[in-house]
Ligand binder design. Structure first.
Ligand SMILES: Nc1ncnc2c1ncn2[C@@H]1O[C@H](COP(=O)(O)OP(=O)(O)OP(=O)(O)O)[C@@H](O)[C@H]1O
Ligand SMILES: [Mg+2]
Length: 379
């Protein structure tokens, strides 16, 4: 008996040819797929080439732009200078790629954060440093702002000259009356027939007139003085303390308590100390002059975004409507013995430090003066 035929053996040639067809199909598919892949790859490669060319062109344009920029630009990574443009090299001759970044020691800070005075043998210039951070990378922009500051100073000088013209007329007017009165008293003093008692009285009146003339001339000199003269870095708390110490005895004499508060991070301001303390005292003196006995004067300082704002609030009658417009102009006063120079000297000092001063009436009564000045965190 024949053994039963094995199924493979029985399927023999037919199965082989089916497998051959399958293989051929698979091979064709494989070929097709690899051709597709090749085409895709070529397309991708072309795209990469085009992008690389675009990138190279953009880099060239950026390099040309950075080269032509009048401002210095530096790229800082992990505290080291990675790149810098020609303007930055000119401003910082001692710095090159790879050096650690630090503001040169020869640059001294001005009252404004990020601004420095760079002094060489022949010139003194002011530069402004701005910083943009991207993760652990920083881009610094250093700009020479000497020209624009000079223009600003020139505009201020022109407007000062114009207001000095107006002032000359006011000064003559201010001095005429006390001088005429003083001359009259002096004339009486020279009278040989005047009783000794009247003589003493005339001498005292003459002394008082001369003292008030002296005060007036001192204030006028303060008004026209160029500021800031000599600046130093002072803690805001120290300035507030100094102003408080100066006014406290008078507050105590008139039974008007003074409350002083300071909030925000400890900060320094670069100022002509006496000028800023005097400005605070001038505003506090005015507040005291209108404060009813027993009412409180508040001086509140807050530090926010590199600026200190100092609010001085009183419980007086508030500022007269007409005064609100002109109180910072010289010789504007509603007081019999006032020179009307207190606030204009204060405004000059504050503005010379790139600050601002303003006044308003509070809805709940009394006046609020606001002084704002640039400051920087104390380390
Ligand atoms: N806190 C205040 N409340 C109401 N009015 C004020 C206040 N502070 C100032 N003023 C008004 O502004 C005017 C101008 O003030 P400023 O300090 O310049 O001069 P003055 O105080 O009159 O004179 P001086 O300061 O020379 O003694 C004052 O006369 C007053 O009318
Ligand atoms: Mg005053």
């Amino acid at each position: 008996m024949n053994p039963p035929a094995s199924p493979d053996f029985a399927a023999g040639p037919a199965t082989e040819s089916a497998q051959g067809v399958q293989l051929e199909q698979a091979f064709r598919l494989f070929l097709q797929a690899s051709q597709d892949l090749e085409t895709q790859q070529t397309l991708l490669q072309n795209q990469v080439n085009r992008l690389s060319e675009d990138l190279a062109a953009a880099n060239q344009r950026l390099a040309a732009l950075l080269g032509a920029l009048p401002a210095g630009v530096l790229v800082i990574e992990e505290g080291l200078v990675r790149d810098l443009n020609p303007a930055a090299r000119a401003l910082l001759p001692d710095i090159s790629e790879g050096s650690p970044w630090a503001v040169p020691r020869s640059w001294s800070p001005t009252p404004v954060q990020g601004e420095y005075q760079t002094t060489t043998d022949s010139t003194s210039r002011t530069v402004q440093v701005k910083e943009v951070a991207f993760g652990d990378r920083k881009i610094l922009q250093i700009q020479d702002i000497t020209e624009s500051l000079t223009q600003h100073a020139e505009t201020q000088r022109q407007s000062k000259l114009a207001s000095m013209g107006q002032m000359a007329a006011s000064i003559a007017h201010q001095l005429r009356t006390p001088l005429a009165t003083a001359t009259l008293y002096a004339g009486h003093l020279a009278d040989p027939l005047l009783a000794p008692e009247r003589q003493r009285e005339m001498a005292e009146r003459l002394r008082r007139q001369l003292t008030s003339l002296e005060k007036l001339t001192t204030r006028m000199l303060q008004f026209v003085r160029q500021r800031p003269h000599k600046t130093e870095s002072v803690l805001i708390s120290e300035l507030l303390d100094e102003a408080e110490q100066a006014i406290r005895p008078v507050c105590e004499r008139y039974s008007v308590p003074l409350e002083v508060t300071l909030s925000g991070e400890p900060s320094l301001i670069n100022v002509e100390r006496d000028a800023i303390v005097s400005a605070l005292v001038a505003v506090l003196e005015n507040a005291l002059q209108v404060s009813p006995q027993g009412s409180v004067i508040r001086m509140q300082a807050t530090v926010e975004q590199a600026r200190v704002r100092i609010y001085i609030d009183d419980h007086g009658p508030g500022i007269e409507a007409a005064m609100l417009q002109s109180m910072f102009e010289p010789f504007t006063t509603s007081r019999v013995n006032g020179t009307g120079l207190g606030l204009s000297i204060a405004r000059n000092a504050i503005e010379a430090h790139r600050g601002e001063i303003s006044a308003a009436n509070r809805p709940e009564g009394g006046a609020r003066f606001t002084l704002s000045l640039p400051c920087m965190p104390s380390l």
